[in-house]
Design a protein around this ligand. Structure first.
Ligand SMILES: NC(=O)C1=CN([C@@H]2O[C@H](COP(=O)(O)OP(=O)(O)OC[C@H]3O[C@@H](n4cnc5c(N)ncnc54)[C@H](OP(=O)(O)O)[C@@H]3O)[C@@H](O)[C@H]2O)C=CC1
Ligand SMILES: O=C(CO)[C@H](O)[C@H](O)COP(=O)(O)O
Ligand SMILES: [Zn+2]
Length: 340
């Protein structure tokens, strides 16, 4: 079966390439709605190091997306099923290390082709059926929701049980989703969001408190914290978090930085803090998010407020239009209605 992949060959340049797909190897999915992540933008813009770009390009971008099953040689999915695609593909299993942390795992859109393709073939366990209740534009960024769910699950197993007040730093997409999942998971806890933009914080209607970071939180006011910023923003946030959390707090780090971030280790030691990082997610996280969509119908309504622009994509010029719009956006997720 022939299919076309649209690979980024150099910053801001997409080129088509014909691929021969082995349809008998799994589930053939036609991508329908794709969502742009900051990681895609770092490749598109060429803000990764020249060494990383040389190693990873040419590559089809995008690891957040849904599609429709065209054919399934494994007999798991009916033709026409609406599904979310799992970008992480493990090559081994471990009793101790989750699939998204195994160094041998392959991740679509980071070293391996992502979902900017006419058709993709995935093993059945890399495909999860979606409930009808979730709109396409929201379902498109289920991967980001699964990353947040994964981090909250890990937090649950690491943090001590006093969870009266949890701080979330970052008023962007990830901060929003992490705060929402925390509120759903710990309804009795005070979820306090710290951000840099009043207009973004106004959308966190489910949170108990929102604050601008310039009004520094008091010392030792949060039991635990999540960092959902990026780059230099993470530097400032981690500094503030270390002051704001109480002794023995657990701090979840999620923002990606290109450069090493200095950390006030003296206070980490004195307060006995636990800092842990989370990256990506695995099949189980996607399954748990789909379950959340079913159990919490109001979740879709909150997530809808993250839809930034929806761009029909029928040509390479349309792809560039969507990516350029994401670069200029003030907030929210950029969605491509993928008609390639
Ligand atoms: N760990 C993982 O697996 C994943 C990590 N990420 C990463 O998470 C980061 C955030 O992604 P996303 O939410 O989509 O991006 P956004 O740009 O939507 O959000 C970042 C937000 O953080 C705000 N911010 C910056 N510095 C601070 C600060 N010191 N205190 C509080 N808020 C701050 C920004 O404000 P302003 O715009 O004013 O600077 C912005 O609103 C990115 O680095 C992304 O790559 C994303 C997906 C998965
Ligand atoms: O966005 C992400 C997961 O959703 C991660 O940040 C992304 O996978 C990091 O990959 P890369 O090393 O290519 O930046
Ligand atoms: Zn991502």
């Amino acid at each position: 079966m022939l299919s076309c992949a649209y690979r980024l060959t150099a910053p801001r340049v997409f080129e088509p390439v014909q691929l021969e797909l082995n349809a008998s190897a799994g589930v053939v999915v036609r991508p329908t709605y794709l969502s742009v992540c900051n990681a895609d933008i770092r490749y598109y813009q060429g803000s990764r190091s020249p060494q990383v770009l040389a190693k990873k390009l040419p590559m089809a971008l995008i690891h957040e997306g849904i599609g429709v099953v065209v054919k399934d040689a494994t007999g798991t999915f009916a033709r026409g099923s609406r599904v979310v695609m799992v970008p992480n593909a493990p090559c081994e299993t471990s009793d101790y290390i989750a699939e998204n942390y195994l160094r041998s795992s392959k991740f679509c859109g980071s070293g391996f082709d992502g979902f900017m393709q006419e058709l993709v073939v995935l093993p059945p366990e890399r495909v999860v059926a979606l409930p009808d209740s979730i709109p396409n534009e929201v379902a498109a960024f289920t991967e980001l929701v699964s990353v947040a769910a994964h981090a909250v699950n890990r937090f649950d197993s690491i943090a001590h049980e006093k969870r009266d007040r949890i701080g979330v730093w970052g008023d962007g997409n990830l901060g929003f989703i992490v705060s929402l999942i925390l509120k759903m998971r710990y309804p009795q806890a005070q979820i306090c969001v710290y951000g840099r933009n009043e207009y973004k914080l106004n959308d966190f209607t489910f949170a108990d408190e929102t604050h601008l970071t310039y009004d520094a939180p008091g010392e030792c006011t949060c039991d635990h914290a999540f960092e959902c910023c990026c780059g230099d923003g993470s530097v400032a946030a981690i500094e503030q978090i270390i002051d704001a959390v109480r002794p023995e707090a657990t701090v979840s780090l999620l923002g990606v930085s290109e450069n090493p971030v200095p950390v006030n280790t003296r206070m980490v030691l004195e307060k006995g803090l636990r800092l842990f990082g989370s990256s990506r997610s695995g099949r189980a996280d996607f399954v748990s998010v789909v379950e959340m969509y079913k159990q919490h119908p109001d979740m879709a309504r909150y997530l809808e407020s993250l839809i930034g622009g929806v761009f029909p994509v029928r040509s390479i010029a349309d792809m560039c239009t969507a990516f350029e719009a994401d670069l200029r956006k003030s907030a929210g997720k950029t969605i491509m209605k993928w008609d390639m």
